[in-house]
Design a protein around this ligand. Structure first.
Ligand SMILES: [Zn+2]
Length: 207
C-alpha cells in the first residue's frame, strides 16, 4: 500500500504519500518510452493529434496515482450507538494487470466505538486508496482495514461494485458484468445480525 500513516502524535490524523514530486528526469524518460509504445502500435508519434499525447497521459497518470493527502477528521460519537452507513460512493481506479480503468460504487458501514468520522472523509478514503494501480479486492480490504484502525471501530463493512474495462472492451468482452467484493471486520464479521443490518441498508437503497 502506498499510503503511510504518520505516527507523530500531532499529525496522527494526516495521511501522507511518500513523494508527490514529479521527477523531471523520469518524466523525460517516460516521454521517450511512450513514443516507443506509440511506434509499437504502428502510430506516428509526431503526427499532430498525438504530438502532446505522451505528455498528457503521463501527467494524468502521475496526478491520478498521487492523490493529495487529507486530514481524517473524527468527532466524539456522543450517543451514536447504531451503525453508520454511507452508500453509492463513486470511485475510479486503474486495473494493475492491464492499466485500464475500472469503476463502480463503494458502500461503507461502521459501528463506532468512541469516535465518528466526518462523512466526507469516507469518500476521501475511497479515493485515496483507489487512485493507484490496484485490484478491486485489495481496495475493499484496504478501505476496511484503514477505517477499522483509524476509528478503532467496533466493526466495519465495505462492499464495492466494479465494472472492469479489461473485461468489457478486451479479453472476454462482457460489458455490463459487475463484480462485487466485500470485507467485514470486527462485529460485522462476528455478529451475523450486524452484518444483516448492513446488507439490508444496501438492499433498501437499491429499491
Ligand atoms: Zn484487468
Amino acid at each position: 500500500m502506498k499510503t503511510m500513516i504518520n505516527n507523530n502524535q500531532n499529525k496522527n490524523d494526516m495521511i501522507e504519500t511518500p513523494s508527490n514530486k514529479v521527477e523531471s528526469v523520469a518524466f523525460t524518460e517516460a516521454m521517450k518510452a511512450y513514443e516507443t509504445i506509440l511506434e509499437a502500435i504502428g502510430e506516428n508519434p509526431s503526427r499532430e493529434g498525438l504530438a502532446d499525447t505522451p505528455k498528457r497521459h503521463i501527467k494524468f497518470l502521475m496526478e491520478f496515482c498521487n492523490p493529495k493527502p487529507f486530514k481524517f477528521t473524527t468527532f466524539d460519537k456522543e450517543d451514536t450507538d447504531e451503525i453508520v452507513v454511507q452508500l453509492n460512493i463513486p470511485y475510479f481506479s486503474l486495473c494493475e494487470h492491464h492499466f485500464l480503468p475500472f469503476y463502480g460504487f463503494a458502500h461503507i458501514g461502521y459501528l463506532p466505538n468512541k469516535r465518528i468520522v466526518g462523512l466526507s472523509k469516507l469518500a476521501r478514503t475511497v479515493d485515496f486508496i483507489s487512485h493507484a494501480p490496484q485490484n478491486q479486492e485489495r481496495i475493499t480490504s484496504q478501505v476496511a482495514e484503514f477505517l477499522m484502525e483509524k476509528l478503532d471501530a467496533k466493526g466495519v463493512g465495505v462492499i464495492l461494485s466494479g465494472e472492469h474495462m479489461c473485461m468489457s472492451m478486451r479479453g472476454i468482452s462482457k460489458p455490463g458484468a459487475v463484480t462485487y467484493t466485500s470485507k467485514m471486520l470486527g462485529l460485522f464479521k462476528e455478529d451475523m445480525q450486524m452484518q444483516k443490518q448492513f446488507m439490508e441498508r444496501i438492499q433498501l437503497n437499491n429499491k
